[in-house]
Design a protein around this ligand. Sequence first.
Ligand SMILES: [Zn+2]
Length: 197
Amino acid sequence: MVTAMLETYPTDTRPTETRPTDTRPAETSATGAEAIERAWAAAERVTDPEMPMLTLLDLGVLRDVQVEDGHVVTTITPTYSGCPAMATMRDDLQRELLEAGFPDAEVRVSLSPAWTSDWITEEGKKALKDAGISPPGAAPARKGPVALTLMPTRRAVTCVLCGSDDVRLSSEFGATACKAMYQCNDCLEPFDHVKEI
Ligand SMILES: [Zn+2]
């Protein structure tokens, strides 16, 4: 039926140059795969303010980029509920999308499923290591209630400088809450380790 309707619909016989042109600026229209691709590219440029060697994609914070009803909708999941960098990440994402031609882009925050350090990509882990920060190992599998302990968490950490596994925890909190401080007993290098959660 649709085909029949299309076939009987009068065709526009005016010369192309006299047809009304679409005067909307191309960069503000958010439709189709091209817009999603452009929005992803913009979103992927945003980095973590505390660990600028990581993009939000590397960090696993950027969950989704879609076009809904003509505007871009991105979804992010905070690393920690109290992470002070989260508001900055959201603002940076909004600004990057604005500069990419999406002034009405929406940034949604999704809390479930909860972020885990396992979402940090392999590229992200490599970028951390290249910057002298020990990347997290596999996150502990958790189901149901999480028991709290006063003892420091045992982790398999190796020195970022010499690779030795003879390291000691010097502080459960490093420059940011998501990192612990370690020191290598072999080469004495102090370094940050991104905690597994
Ligand atoms: Zn070392």
